[in-house]
Design a protein around this ligand. Structure first.
Ligand code: ADP
Ligand code: MG
Length: 609
């Protein structure tokens, strides 16, 4: 029989922060399953009763323990996995402090039945609060079967802190989910009060495992994500939900770092930043993210239960994640909208030689067809036109937009922009004919995107107007104190806001595009973003609030669904959209257009199969 357990030298043991291993039933379940995984198990069955308070039992088919180890494993700092603190840097197993079993045994009643392959018979060890050890022989199969009963029976103060059966159960279920995701090559079964909740035979892919845990419908809403960041040797893989699938909480977000399930606020925020303007308020994506990087670049030992990590280059990891998410979502939409991959990055609205409407270059970029119309500018009765980077006061309305369209004119002149406009549907959708079929554009979503890109790229060069009557906004003192330090963000986007009294702000200047909007609403929304992002550092905070602000400005300024557009306005909109970055979606993630391919139409009419 092989004896694996060695005692840590006391001084080595001292160096390791003892921490609190056993606080909740879920912590125990985690330690025990990790022991099974470390023991090479391929089958792990978990039984829980009363949220773990009455019973936790883990049965595995790992290599088991010798009779001697079965007794020693409950001693303080008994471990077969580590002999020196230096090993902590490179350790690959999950448990590594030799603390779990001794801590668990000191606050519960434990029965351990275990057998090694080469042993003729197994060993059964019974403990009561680490005492009254009874050791007997037990006929059993290879592996370990450990049962924890009456948790905290001898520490009433701790027992009081346990949450309800359901709460403890949810934590355990969440943990088992995470372990299932992380170890697809292990067959897991999970029973709760006699009912089987999880049945996961060995799976050959992450998506197969998620199907076992959820269902096949759920998986159709997930997209594979993958990226490598050579700086720092970082690799990110996994699956994330698409644009249309959201959860009401964060419970479907899982992070694994070097194969360990971890929680990390910064990573969560980085993930959500990738979904910025995609996720509706108070909704969350589903995400299964696996990050691998050099073990010297990550510290997993900061948390006594090894649930948190710190990265040496946290920014690099977070940025890589945000960018990977953004790209994954964008690629997926492009693929949907332009089904042929080679056309993904070509203009949506391609020249169509037989089209009856030919846009001459000088027609499309005439300023009066841009949104908003010069008539709208005129009706705003501006007393003054502000343009931060231009000192001269502009007087002719059609010149207001010139700096905005200049660049577009150059692009415009390079190509012959012709296509066939079929009309407007429901005063909401613009229908056009393309070579590949019929294209339906959501006019509001399209204009939102156009304006968003405009606001984001030229926010310090937006034509603004001075309001004749400044808008007064009344807020609470708390709200004022939250928003006041950030008034500069509004100013940078052309909205000049001043503190008027302890509870009032006044808006003096606005970009022409949003002069009609309710600034009260916009400021109130901004307060919620400021609250949401206040923990970010200043440059990330600025970026996040700015993005939200521009999305909201674009949304409020964009032509609403239900607005009729004349032919020229539609054409202008389509041309502007074609030139906009990220043109496949509006800033909230809805698609700006859909292609109904000629092939699909022909299939519907049974002309083609
Ligand atoms: P650690 O996992 O940090 O070494 P534990 O207290 O969790 O400390 O376990 C102590 C030792 O008991 C382990 O190192 C291992 O040798 C043995 N052990 C615990 N659980 C199992 C198991 N399921 N199968 C085989 N050996 C186990
Ligand atoms: Mg362990």
């Amino acid at each position: 029989m092989t004896s694996r357990i060695k005692k840590l030298a006391p001084e080595e043991a001292q160096k390791i922060s003892a921490g609190e291993v056993v606080e909740r039933p879920a912590n125990i379940v985690k330690e025990l399953i990790e022991n099974s995984i470390d023991a090479g198990a391929t089958h792990v069955t978990i039984y829980i009763e009363d949220g773990g308070k009455q019973l936790i039992r883990i049965v595995d088919n790992g290599y088991g323990m010798s009779e001697q180890d079965a007794q020693r494993c409950f001693e303080h700092h008994a471990t077969s996995k580590l002999t020196s603190v230096n090993d902590l840097q490179t350790i690959n197993t999950f448990g590594f402090r030799g603390e779990a079993l001794s801590s668990i045994a000191s606050v519960s009643n434990v029965t351990l039945i275990t057998k090694q392959k080469e042993a003729a018979i197994g060993t059964q060890v019974t403990l009561e609060g680490s005492k009254n050890i009874e050791v007997t022989s037990a006929p059993c199969t290879v592996g370990t079967d450990i049962t924890i009963r009456n948790l905290f029976y001898n520490v009433p103060a701790r027992k009081k802190f346990l949450k309800t059966r359901d709460t403890e159960m949810r934590r355990i279920a969440n943990l088992v989910h995470a372990l299932c995701l992380n170890h697809i090559n292990i067959d897991f079964s999970f029973f709760c009060d006699g009912k089987r909740l999880i049945n996961c035979p060995i799976a050959h892919s992450l998506s197969a495992r998620i199907t076992q845990l959820k269902n096949s419908q759920y998986v159709t809403n997930l997209l594979p994500i993958e990226t490598t960041e050579t700086r720092g040797n970082i690799r990110i893989t996994g699956m994330i939900s698409n644009h249309y699938f959201f959860r009401y909480d964060r419970n479907s977000i899982f992070f694994f770092v070097n194969n360990r399930w971890i929680k990390n606020q910064h990573l969560s925020r980085a993930l959500l930043r990738g979904y910025l303007n995609v996720t509706p308020p108070a909704r969350f994506p589903a995400a299964y993210i696996f990050i691998t990087l050099d073990s010297t670049d990550v510290d997993i030992n900061i948390h006594p239960r090894k649930e948190e990590v710190t990265f040496l280059h946290s920014r690099t990891v977070e940025n890589a994640l945000t960018q990977a998410v953004k790209k994954c979502l964008e690629d997926n939409l492009s693929a949907h909208i332009a089904p042929q991959p080679q056309q993904n990055f070509q203009p949506i609205f391609q020249a169509h030689s037989t089209s009856p409407i030919t846009l001459e270059n000088n027609v499309t970029h005439k300023t009066e067809q841009a949104f908003p119309t010069p008539q709208e500018f005129m009706s705003a009765s501006p007393t003054n036109i502000n343009r931060p980077t231009h000192t001269s006061t502009l007087s002719a309305p059609q010149t207001f937009l010139q700096p905005l369209v200049k660049q577009e004119i150059i692009i415009e002149e390079k190509k012959e922009s012709t296509f066939k406009l079929l009309g407007q549907l429901n005063k909401t959708y613009i229908i056009i004919e393309k070579e590949e079929g019929m294209f339906v554009v959501d006019q509001h979503a399209a204009q939102e995107r156009i304006l968003y890109e405009l606001f984001s790229k030229r926010f310090n060069d937006l034509p603004t107007i001075q309001l004749l009557f400044p808008q007064t906004i009344t807020l609470t003192k708390d709200e004022i104190s939250l928003v006041e330090p950030h008034l500069g963000i509004f100013k940078k986007s052309g909205i000049e806001v001043e503190l008027f009294s302890e509870t009032q702000l006044t808006v003096h200047t606005t970009p022409v595009h949003i002069k009609h909007i309710s600034f009260e609403e916009l400021i109130r929304e901004s307060i919620s973003w400021i609250k949401e992002y206040h923990t970010l550092d200043s440059s990330d905070f600025f970026k996040a609030v700015n993005e939200k602000l521009h999305a909201q400005m674009a949304c409020k300024a964009a032509v609403k669904a239900g607005g009729s557009l004349d032919e020229k306005q539609m054409i202008q909109l389509l041309n502007d959209l074609e030139k906009a970055d990220n043109r496949f979606t509006c800033p909230h993630g809805r698609p700006t257009g859909w292609l109904l391919s000629t092939h699909d139409i022909e299939k519907k009419f049974k002309r083609k199969t």
